[in-house]
Write a protein that binds this ligand. Sequence first.
Ligand SMILES: *Cc1c(COP(=O)(O)O)cnc(C)c1O
Length: 365
Amino acid sequence: MIKLSVPDLGEEEIQEIKKVLESGWLVQGEKVYELENIVRSYLGTKHVLAVSNGTAALHLSLIALDIKPEDEVIVPGFTFPATANVVELVGARSVFVDIELETFNIDPLKIENKITPKTKAIIVVHEFGYPAKMEEIMNIARKYNLKVIEDAACALGSTYKDQKVGTIGDIGCFSLHPRKNITTGEGGLIATDNDEIAEKITMLRNHGIKIVNGKSSFELAGFNYRLTNIQGAIGVVQMKKLERIIKERQNIANIYKDRLRKTNWLKIPQEPTYGRHIWQTYHVLVDDKINRDELIKYLRENGIETNIGAYAVPTEPYYVRKYNYPLDEYKNSIKSAKSGLALPLHNKLKDEDIEYICKKLEEYK
Ligand SMILES: *Cc1c(COP(=O)(O)O)cnc(C)c1O
């Protein structure tokens, strides 16, 4: 089976895990702080905090920004549902905005319509690693005094006009899940330049504890959202590989682009003119006449693992029950969820594998 995704892990990660086990210090410690330092210099933000996963990063961000019950938060209609679930978990309301089919990201032209006096924040997703249109979004946020959280879960290393995504809004959140370009098994990162937010998140990820002169006091009611030292050690090695991994993924995306150009029932992904895509997912759209789920089945029967790209969140049962939003406002989100297909993309993929995948796609009728 040609896998959809394979993490790039090797001997160096094993050796570093071994050292942590031998040290006996397994929870948040030296290796986690080392990972935070490496990511801080990579992103250029004042603070980087490691947490247990990308969803925890988003959850803590909303709490740190003081998003409260009945506040409204703008979320793209097409994403992994965790982006909206965290809004619900703080008791706020998810207000969905449709996406652009070219970028699979929130359509900046449709945001202002959804802003009300209760709107407090926008969560921007850089879906599949494609940078969202941050300038337009930040202008709207400034005009209405809204906070901006970047869900850069799949976009570590993507850039918008030479700035790394996740460093442009108030807070940037990243995931280190195995489906992302680098991984620690489970893991997340939060980036911010704001001292107050960083201090709050430092406490919230660790039971709400503040340590002054070696003495712990519980300043907040917090979580245990810490990354372990074992994961930190993996992350340190993975960060060294990140730029190479991005280059290799770009190469594979280029081969797909050349090879799939002529398959006219398939729309290949575009590339941003204003920044760098890191190709967490190679996401194509199939023609309306093609049943995407049948296509997934056909490819599986031919030894190729593919998957849907993301979800039209307003159509998922929880969101239908709670909001019942008019679905004709989310045409692009629904089309992407129905017709989107993630093709295999990882650096163990050989040229002949890509050729085989493209040939099998071409033969599909
Ligand atoms: C992966 C992902 C998440 C969740 O990250 P986890 O580390 O799995 O919790 C959230 N948002 C988006 C857009 C993602 O792709």
